[in-house]
Each structure stands twice: as C-alpha cells, then as structure tokens.
Ligand binder design. Structure first.
Ligand SMILES: Nc1ncnc2c1ncn2[C@@H]1O[C@H](COP(=O)(O)OP(=O)(O)O)[C@@H](O)[C@H]1O
Ligand SMILES: [Mg+2]
Length: 724
C-alpha cells in the first residue's frame, strides 16, 4: 500500500511508513466527517459514509476546482511533465478538531461547511497557481512548482496560505456567531519531488524525495490552530518577502536531525529579488558604465525635448534590475523624481496590481495607510490637479482596491484609459521624471493596457519611461522613434572574473574553484552569486563574503535550488516538442551537431527538427556555432543544459545515453578511434557496463598508439637521414 502522507510504497503489513514514519493503521479519514478509520474498513464507523474513495482523497475532482488555463496547460504538456524532478513547495491545510465540529453539525451541515472551506482553500491556492493534488478528509494537499515549474514556488505557497487564512478567518467569524469554533492549520515545506503520471482529473502521482511531502504534512500537524508553520528550507526561500517568527527546532518522527520551524505571520518588506540581495549587501557594480552613460544620454533627451521610452531586455539574472536601480539612484541624486512599479511574479493574474502600485506612489500612500485616509488623500489630490477629476474618484479608489462598487474589470475600460492619459499628462508635462517598470514581463493585463496608454502619451512630456523585461514578453508599446531597446548581455570575461573575485576573495585555495564557477555561470551575475551563496551555506567555504577560503576540496558544484527552479520554469514554458528536444540535447552535451541530434531525437528527415530548432534558437536556449561542414549548436547557457539534464529521471536519461552511443557508432564509423572514449562515456551513463568497457579498451589502445606515434615523430629527426 501507499503511505497517504508521503506516498511511499510500503511493505504489505507495515504499520508505519518506512519513509516518513506516519502511522498507516489509522490514516484513512472519512471524506464526509473526517473520522479516522482503521484501514480496510469499507464504511466510516462514525457516519456510515463509504470509504471506497478515501485513503487520502475524497471524491472531489481537482479539475473542477482548477482554473481552465492551468488545466489546459497541464493537460497539453503533460507527457513532457511526467517523470521529471521538480523543486516544489508543498502545502497541507486541515481543519482543527474536525470530528468535534462534524459531530455538532450533523453530516449534512458539516458537508456544507466543508464545501465552503474547500472553496476558500482552493481559491487561495489557485490564485497563486498552485495545484490541489489531494483532498484529504478535511483538508487539502497542494503543490506549487509541479507539475508546472515556478521559480518562486515557496513565495506562492506562502501567499496562498495567507490569503486563504484571512478568508477562513472571516468565515470563522460568521460561524462563531452560531456558536461554532472553526480553525484551520497549515504546514509548508520545500524540496524536490518526482512528477509521476498525471491523470485526466489532474491528480498527479509523485515520489517524494528527502521526505519533502511527509515533512510538509508534519508541519501542518505541528502548527497551532489558525497558524501556518514553515520548515527552514521554505523560510530560506522566502526570507524578507514574509514576516516569519522563528519558533525553534522540532524533532520529527523518522527524521534524524531536528528541523527548524518558522511561523508565517504576514507579508514582509521585501518586494523583489534585488531587495533581497540588498539585504545581504549588494555586490559592487561591475562593468555597465557604457550602458549607464547611454541611459544618461536618453534621459537628457527626454528632459530637453520630448519623452522617451527605454526597454532593457535580457534573461533572468543578467542584471537588468541592478542596472536600472543604479540608474534611478543617480536620477534621484540629481533631484529627478522617480516613480517605481515592481511587478511580482505571481501578479500576472491579479488585475490592476501594477497600476495600483503606480497610483499609490503618485499619491504618496504608505503600505499601512488606512482606507479612510486614502479616500481623503486621493480626492484632495485629484481635485487639486484638475477639478474635472471629481467624477474619476470612484474609479481611482476601485483601482486602489478600496472602491465601493465591487466591480473591478479584468481589462482596462475606455473610462480608465481616458483618465490615465489625462492624469499622466497633468502629472508630467511641467517637470521631468522617470517612470520605472521592473519585471514588466509579469504585468497583469489591465495594467499592461494602461501602460500602453502612458507610453502613447510620453512624447508630449518630459518623462523617461524605463522598463525591464525578459525576452518572452513582447510589449505592445515597442517601436516609434522615441523607443530605444537595450539588449543586456551577460558580463564579459574580465567583468565576470572581477565579480567572482569580489564575492570569493583572492585566497590561493580558490583559484581552481573560481575558474569552475566562471565556466559554469556563463557571465550571469545572479547565478554567480547563488553558486557562491550555496557553497558558503554548505560549509565548503570558510570566512565571509569577499574573504573566503576553501574548507574542503570540492568535487562537483551543486546546483543551487533557486537557479534550478528558475531555469526549470523557463524550460516549462516551452511546448512539449521543444522541451523534449532540449532534454535530448542536454544528454548529448553542451554542444552537438544536427545529424546527431536528428538521429537521437528520432525527428527524422522532415522539417520537424528544423522547426523545433528554430523555436529553441528564438527562445535563446541554443545558439548556432557553425553551419559547415554540418550545422552545430550549443546551449547558450551551460546551466540550462545542466537543469535540463538533471530534471530528467535516471531511467529516461539512460535510454537517451544509449541512443547517443548507438548514433555515434553509426555516424562516426569512419573515426571510431577518435570517438571511443565519448562512446564509452555514453554507454557507461546508460548502465551498459560491458559495452562501456569494450569502448574504453579501444580508447586506451588509441591513446597508447598516439603516444608511440608521438615518440616516433620525436625520434625521427635524431635519426640520420636515409640516403641523405
Ligand atoms: N554589473 C553587476 N555587477 C555586480 N553585480 C551585479 C551586476 N549586475 C547584476 N548584479 C547582481 O546580480 C543579481 C541579479 O541581478 P538582477 O539585476 O536582479 O537580474 P535581473 O533583473 O536581470 O533578473 C543581483 O544580486 C545583482 O546585484
Ligand atoms: Mg529583475
């Protein structure tokens, strides 16, 4: 049987789960009244409900609770998602003392209450794009980051928990009026799972790695009523984004070391990843002087003549936000007002979020300003700007999230567009300013439409509209003579070396490590910082930032979980075929030629391969290295190759390795000696030891021959020339 907590396949007569230690005898909870029943019982001995569908899940179908776009995305890419390792956050929620509640309410009423609780939990979870994997008798288990990867899975889980908790709190208030005490507790843990089969009902089988799911369930059991308990691994990922209280280490059955736990208290001061780096202390800005000077030139133009727009475009972690931050700090130092908007990664589905932040900035509203005070401020300021704005007050309050009409359309209305155009012009014609939009690729649709209105109005003002975004976002406001684009490249070799030296220090023990970090991180400052942070956290580095020493010789550089989740999310945005080809290529290696890829992928002679290769080049996963004698490609970033490789299960990887070895034997038949050791490597990785040994011998023989040959060449001149 399977453990209902961590789904470990246990022995037939096991009483406790061998992986997470959960009791297996008492863990079927009734889907109706949540009574814990002994396994093997067909009906609940408290309320008579059938237990046929229990054993962890009730008859509720996750599909009915999941938003359509998510259902479609999962179902259309499911075969590419199945069998993958994923970094996830797991959330468990359940009703405290549900049996007593059920008893007091009676089966029918209890069912209604439970339905409401499930609806609230589901709404919170789906708002942040989690998927409900399982309805336990009186709660749910949700995953963030699987089946579809999310770079910020832990933050999403915490947001979902807080949002559902606050709704549940309100509902509990209503029940309290009827003399009923309702409270829910939640637990979150982050780690790795392997995505198994995904059913038509979206139920996903998974294997928990390192107790990931079991520990999340334990956190929920340990949480006090009405609270959310996190493990240290989740806490680390959300540090600064949320207010956390350290509630000390807990020992957990089945886990040898104690686990530090934290209570989730609310949102924190940090808004962006860069805010977090700032907490740790920003690294010295390296390079980018040319870019800053260029930006200065455009700012001058916008101040002297007419407003300008700049789009800074680049991959995650390349340094877009940092460059913009440096620039706006310089602007502020010169007394030029800057209005900032940061689009959070989960914000794309929250209508008006970005524009709300912009408006709050314009009106000078602090995060804790009370609604009444906001109403007064907005009204005063709008009327001071233009008496005609009186009728726009309700709209602005609606955008700010404190309107009375309760109608906040998901798209910008013509009325909102008209207001925005006028408001922006009045704000910015008479004085210079910068409007900064960070992470514009995550902007919600309604805000995007209003930014388009602003962009169209910029010309007549002294404003510089500065936005940064990733390549997958194609803003509608690109183009026009006042639009400029800066494609930000990774740091060059010299700058990267300088950054690594700044982060590590220059102790002699670090030379080899520095070289390996440089090769691996490919000029991405974010990846470089994360790799160093991970090494320090693992104890491989001693000392402090900028003055480390190597503690132990380093075998392989572990992949930081943050980088892994970020790149996995990027890979998951690909269609199924492109993703599949990317994974095949990752097994071949960092560089590969087209005939080999064609042979291994089985994409044959048609145009299929060309089309998919085109996509992977457009999306900046591959770059063309050379066209002749045969087209050769390479991964643009070494870590993408690594993540695409590591996220596959061993079994699939072994199959592809064997296919690569076979293809090499076929395609390199004229130069087998040269390729013997590579072929041996692929056979070895596929688990075919015998084949591997055969090719290793051949490779060794060739090395011996070359040595003999080299010696022969060297000796020759010493020999007296024949017939000379
Ligand atoms: N030129 C640079 N010199 C030093 N550190 C940098 C540089 N550019 C970026 N960083 C650091 O790298 C990390 C990622 O940069 P960030 O601007 O957040 O990337 P992006 O916005 O492109 O995703 C940040 O911690 C930032 O401080
Ligand atoms: Mg950024």
């Amino acid at each position: 049987m399977r453990c209902p907590h961590c789904r470990h396949e246990t022995r037939e007569r096991a009483r406790f789960c061998g992986t997470c230690g959960a009791s297996l005898e008492s863990s079927v909870s009734c889907p109706r009244c949540a009574t814990i029943n002994p396994l093997g019982q067909k009906f609940c001995d408290a309320c008579g409900e059938s237990l046929a569908s229990a054993g962890g899940a009730s008859e509720r179908d996750a599909r009915a609770y999941t938003p359509r776009h998510l259902v479609e995305r999962i179902l259309t890419t499911r075969s590419a998602l199945e069998g993958e390792r994923k970094q996830v956050s797991v959330l468990f929620a359940d009703v405290v003392d549900s049996m007593r509640l059920a008893e007091r309410l009676g089966a029918e009423e209890w069912h209604r209450v439970l339905d409401r609780i499930f609806a609230i939990l589901s709404a919170g979870i789906h708002r942040f794009e989690g998927t409900i994997n399982q309805f336990t008798g009186d709660g749910v288990m949700a995953l963030f980051g699987a089946p579809v990867a999310h770079e910020d899975h832990a933050r999403r889980a915490c947001h979902a928990a807080l949002s559902a908790m606050s709704e549940l709190h309100a509902y509990a208030g209503a029940l309290r009026a009827r003399g009923l005490e309702l409270s829910v507790r939640m637990g979150i843990n982050s780690g790795e799972v392997v995505v198994g089969k995904i059913g038509d009902d979206l139920r996903m089988d998974y294997t928990a790695q390192g107790y990931c799911v079991g520990i999340a369930a334990r956190m929920q059991q340990l949480a006090a009523a009405g609270t959310v308990l996190l493990t240290e691994s989740t806490a680390q990922l959300v540090e600064g984004f949320f207010a956390l209280a350290d509630v000390g280490p807990r020992s957990i059955k089945g886990v040898s070391a104690e686990i530090r736990t934290f209570e989730l208290r609310g949102v924190g001061p940090r808004r962006t990843r860069l805010d977090g780096s700032a907490l740790r202390g920003l690294s010295r800005l390296i390079g980018r002087e040319t870019e800053l000077t260029w930006l200065d030139g455009i700012l001058t133009r916008s101040m002297e003549s007419t407003g300008q727009i700049v789009g800074v475009i680049g991959e995650a972690g390349v340094g877009k936000s940092r460059l913009c931050l440096e620039f706006i700090q310089r602007c502020r130092a010169r007394g030029i007002p800057v209005h900032e908007v940061h689009c959070p990664s989960h914000g794309a589905t929250v209508p008006w979020l970005a524009i709300r932040e912009l408006m709050r900035g314009y009106f000078g509203l602090a995060p804790d300003t009370a609604a009444d005070s906001i109403r007064r401020t907005v009204e005063q300021q709008l009327l001071a700007l233009d008496a005609g704005f009186a009728s726009a007050v309700p709209l602005v309050l609606e955008i700010l999230g404190i309107g009375d009409s309760g109608q906040r359309p998901a798209r910008a209305t013509p009325q909102a567009a008209t207001f925005m155009r006028r408001f922006f012009r009045l704000q910015s014609t008479s004085q210079p300013g910068v409007l900064f939009l960070d992470d514009a690729h995550w902007i919600d649709r309604a805000s995007d439409e209003l930014v388009q209105v602003i962009a169209a109005s910029v010309r007549g003002t002294q404003t510089l509209l500065l936005a940064n975004f990733r390549p997958e976002y194609k803003p509608a406001w690109i183009g026009g003579s006042h639009y400029h684009q800066l494609a930000l490249s990774p740091l060059g070799e010299e700058a990267s070396r300088e950054l690594v030296r700044d982060l590590l220090g220059s102790d002699g023990s670090l030379d080899e490590l520095s070289a390996r970090i440089l090769e691996r991180t490919g000029g991405s400052p974010f990846f470089t910082e994360e790799v160093v942070t991970a090494l320090a956290a693992s104890g491989s580095l001693l000392g402090e930032r900028g003055a480390y020493r190597l503690a132990t010789p380093i075998e392989g550089l572990a992949l930081p979980v943050t980088v892994q989740a970020l790149l996995a999310a990027r890979i998951d945005r690909l269609g199924e075929r492109a993703k599949d080809l990317l994974q095949v290529a990752a097994v071949i290696g960092k560089q590969f030629d087209e005939p080999l890829l064609r042979e291994v992928s089985g994409l044959g002679d048609g145009h299929d391969l060309d089309a998919v290769l085109g996509v992977l080049q457009d999306e900046e996963f591959f770059r063309l290295v050379t066209l002749s004698p045969k087209p050769e490609y390479a991964f643009k970033h070494p870590l993408v190759c690594e993540v695409a490789y590591l996220s596959q299960l061993g079994e699939r990887r072994a199959q592809v390795h064997a296919a690569v070895a076979t293809a090499l034997e076929k395609l390199r038949s004229d130069r087998l000696g040269e390729y013997a050791s590579l072929i041996a490597h692929h056979w070895e990785a596929s688990g075919m030891r015998f084949e591997a040994a055969r090719w290793k011998r051949r490779a060794a023989l060739r090395v011996a021959n070359i040595k003999v040959g080299v010696r022969g060449v060297r000796r020759r001149p010493a020999r007296p020339p024949e017939n000379g």
